[in-house]
Design a protein around this ligand. Structure first.
Ligand code: FAD
Length: 361
């Protein structure tokens, strides 16, 4: 271990390596319910070259590596189950480029959702990226690694679908690039070569450490609105969602059900968020959405809920303050991320299974 400690210090400097038990304890768990598992060391690299040297060293000494972003995934994926080194990416936090014409950005792997959001708001207010409802300290790379989703997913798919290129350090320490950045200076697309990004997406950091990535950006509309559609039958939800999405107007749709307050109990709500460059366009899009479900609305089996402006404002906040509040265990909340990725026609089945699990626990 002393050989490992000495060589890690030579790579990143004394201040960015820790073997201290109290610090390793903090890295042994996340906010989810999985049992703790502490690493032998934590290291915080600043450059791709440092990550490559760490990987070469770990490969030589046969020590496991666990990359970590915000450590907020909630299913314990950043625990060091076989010991080894946690590679905490938070110091690699540079926003390298924003390309407004081709609408993409290139960021280092430690850049957080909150940092990119604040940067775009300040320097490119006409652009936005798709944010999950995770706390702003979650990283863009960590979320893409687990096929995360967010506020533009109805429009553009999983966050891994919005990827335009990657720089990755392999377990051998070699550095590779995927996407257009592997053959040109631009990071605008996964094409033109065979797309190897799938070797690192959904693998939870086990096949390589992403050091830099490109993601798509989207227009940040001046005018925004949210509609809330309500029905009483879970079986109707797939049809409603399918009709609403057929307009290709909604940026985000969030189905929600709550046992309290009493008036909301037993109802299925769908928040439908959309935006526009002008008021006229916003009204046009609102009409399109309302028309798309008229067939169901006319039967009175479902309908749009009038919501006061204050509540509307709250629904449009990104990330959602309500979800974070709900997840705050210290205030009596609780949250276990189950990553339900499923076809929409299984909505009722998933809902009933969720209720069964919630009542059991
Ligand atoms: C209140 C709340 C709301 C949430 N809402 C959402 C949501 O709307 N959508 C959603 O998708 N998730 C959501 N989550 C889950 C989770 O927080 C997010 O997915 C988060 O973005 C994960 O990012 P992270 O930086 O914390 O990743 P981490 O937990 O650090 O890492 C996730 C995985 O990726 C790997 N990894 C991290 N960085 C790298 C890298 N550079 N190279 C290779 N592998 C790496 C890790 O080893 C791990 O396996 C929510 C969580 C909370 C607490």
């Amino acid at each position: 271990m002393s050989n490992l400690a000495q060589r890690l210090r030579e790579i990143v400097g004394d201040a960015f390596v820790s073997f201290e038990p109290e610090e390793l304890y903090l890295y042994s768990m996340d906010q989810g319910t999985m049992p703790p598992a502490a690493p032998d060391a934590v290291v915080m690299p600043k450059t791709t070259e440092e990550v490559a040297k760490i990987a070469q060293l770990a490969n030589e000494l046969k020590v496991p590596l666990v990359p970590m972003g915000g450590g907020l995934v909630l299913s314990g994926l950043t625990r060091a189950l076989k010991g080894g080194i946690i590679v905490d990416m938070k110091r690699m936090d540079r926003i390298v480029e924003v390309n407004p014409a081709s609408r993409y950005t290139v960021v280092e792997a430690g850049v957080t959702q909150g940092k990119l959001k604040a940067y775009l708001a300040k320097h490119h207010p006409e652009l936005k990226h798709s944010m999950p409802d995770a706390p702003p300290a979650a990283t863009i790379a960590g979320n893409i690694c687990i096929h995360g989703s967010g506020h533009l997913s109805v429009l553009a798919g999983f966050h891994s679908d919005m990827l335009t290129g990657m720089e990755v350090v392999l377990p051998t320490g070699e550095i590779i690039r995927t996407g257009s950045c592997s053959v040109s200076p631009q990071w605008f697309a996964k094409a033109p070569l065979p797309d190897l990004s799938g070797l690192f997406l959904g693998w939870s950091g086990t096949t390589g450490i992403i050091t830099r990535l490109g993601i798509r950006l989207f227009p940040n509309y001046r005018f925004n609105d949210v509609l809330v559609y309500v029905c009483e039958k879970a079986e109707l939800m797939p049809k409603i969602i399918s009709m609403l999405t057929s307009t290709q107007v909604a940026e985000d749709m969030t189905p929600w059900m709550v046992p309290k307050p009493e008036w909301a109990k037993g109802f299925f709500h769908i928040n439908v968020a959309f935006g526009a460059h002008s008021k006229k366009e916003l009204i046009f899009k609102r009409n399109l959405l309302q028309e798309s479900v008229r067939q169901i609305t006319d039967t009175k089996a479902a309908g749009f809920l009038p919501i006061p402006p204050v509540q509307k404002e709250r629904f449009m906040k990104i990330p959602s303050p309500d979800l974070a509040r709900f997840a705050d265990a210290r205030k009596g909340g609780g949250f276990e991320y189950v990553g339900a990725i499923m076809a929409i026609e299984r909505f009722a089945e998933a809902y009933n299974a969720g209720i069964e699990i919630a009542e059991k626990h």
